[in-house]
Design a protein around this ligand. Structure first.
Ligand SMILES: NC(=O)c1ccc[n+]([C@@H]2O[C@H](COP(=O)([O-])OP(=O)(O)OC[C@H]3O[C@@H](n4cnc5c(N)ncnc54)[C@H](OP(=O)(O)O)[C@@H]3O)[C@@H](O)[C@H]2O)c1
Length: 350
């Protein structure tokens, strides 16, 4: 860094080379080094913060922004801009700031970009880290966006009661592992599905799930659900959609809640599969509700305090899948769509 805070060397970033159809590939992204690091927030304009990114979060939602959308799309999205760093959550350290609430040296997490240094101008998406005594990387997951997703989706949408049965898919992932453990804390019976025996073992032996199954090995999802949840499901926390959602609907109890968090099985398909068992909603009086975490950031302070407590008390295990180096980021993101990640996928870059 130059003493005068001026541009010095290069800023490595992950950029989108072309818009994606189907599954993302390594050729869709590249790591480039652009001249100049923004080390000083511009004075006299809107408040801005320069963040040195330490950890990049890998999130399935990034896939949606890799497709070019047009104005006529039913679901509008902010497309990533070709050639610019991918926008997503990171954990980092403030290098310079013109924002009154942030100072150089502060540890922060929030919306930044997949590059070494980012000039953040939308500072409402940036949060100070209040528990630096816990691993900083946790703010990409359990203490960050995916943890809040689990917390808001389970408690605000699912509304669990002690003794109820909860089924969660993609259970060993960033959101799923937190949903399952929060549901246990709430006194529920918890079953998870995941895509490998290793993940199933982690769920049962390290995360306190009551039961779990490997959906890739199960020829009959109905039989697996009947066996694990013979009394039925009160809350299905859906991270995957598709055939798992369809099967779960058949096993819901009267008054059940289906929390629609994500549908990762559909994100790379040219056409979304239909859901066939929606008729169950009527006789069983099921409430099925989608939610977006962005509507629950007002809960963040309460969530962070509670979650930090759960971690310190030993009530929340955290499994992360950490790769080293920004060059590995594209491959880590791609791996989410085949289930290669075991736990929260993130990239350490400093
Ligand atoms: N509503 C919101 O605001 C919000 C916020 C954050 C995330 N989400 C959604 O929550 C879900 C989980 O996100 P996450 O960050 O926790 O990711 P994650 O679970 O850590 O990683 C994705 C996992 O999805 C599973 N998967 C991939 N392809 C699949 C397929 N075709 N069928 C079934 N499972 C598949 C894989 O696990 P297996 O090995 O088990 O297959 C993979 O490890 C995603 O759908 C995401 O879009 C929603």
């Amino acid at each position: 860094m130059a003493a005068n805070g001026k541009v010095t060397t290069t800023n490595k970033k992950v950029v989108l080379r072309r818009y994606v159809t189907g599954y993302p590939t390594a050729e869709d992204m590249e790591v480039v080094a652009t001249p100049g690091i923004p080390l000083r927030a511009p004075r006299g304009s809107t408040a801005a913060v320069v963040v040195k990114n330490l950890y990049l979060s890998c999130d399935p939602w990034m896939r949606g922004r890799m497709t070019r959308h047009d104005d006529g799309d039913a679901v509008p999205a902010d497309d990533f801009v070709l050639g610019e760093a991918l926008v997503n959550y990171t954990v980092g350290e403030v290098v310079d700031s013109t924002h009154p609430e942030f100072s150089a040296g502060d540890l922060v997490w929030g919306m930044s970009a997949w590059e070494e240094y980012t000039l953040v101008t939308k500072t409402e998406g940036l949060f100070k880290i209040n528990h630096p005594e816990l691993p900083l990387s946790y703010y990409t997951g359990v203490l960050g966006m995916t943890g809040l997703t689990a917390y808001a989706g389970l408690f605000e949408v699912g509304k669990p009661k002690g003794g109820e049965s909860v089924f969660v898919s993609a259970a060993a992932g960033a959101v799923g592992q937190v949903v399952g453990q929060l549901a246990k804390i709430a006194g529920c019976y918890v079953v998870g599905s995941a895509g490998s025996d290793e993940k199933v073992n982690i769920l049962k032996n390290e995360m306190g799930f009551d039961d779990a199954f490997n959906y890739k090995e199960e020829k009959d999802l109905n039989a697996a659900l009947r066996q694990c949840l013979p009394g039925g499901i009160d809350i299905y926390f859906d991270n995957v959609g598709g055939t798992t959602l369809d099967a779960a609907l058949l096993h819901m109890k009267v008054g059940g809640r289906v929390v629609i968090c994500g549908m990762i099985s559909q994100y790379n398909l040219p056409e979304h599969e239909g859901v066939h068992n929606l008729f169950c909603l009527i006789p069983k009086r099921i409430r099925m509700e989608g939610f977006a975490v962005m509507d629950y950031f007002h809960l963040y302070a309460r969530f962070e305090k509670e979650m930090a407590g759960f971690i310190k008390e030993g009530n929340m295990s955290v499994i992360e899948d950490v790769v080293q180096g920004i060059e590995k980021a594209p491959d880590a993101l791609i791996g989410l769509f085949s289930g290669r990640n075991v736990g929260k996928q993130l990239v350490a870059i400093a």
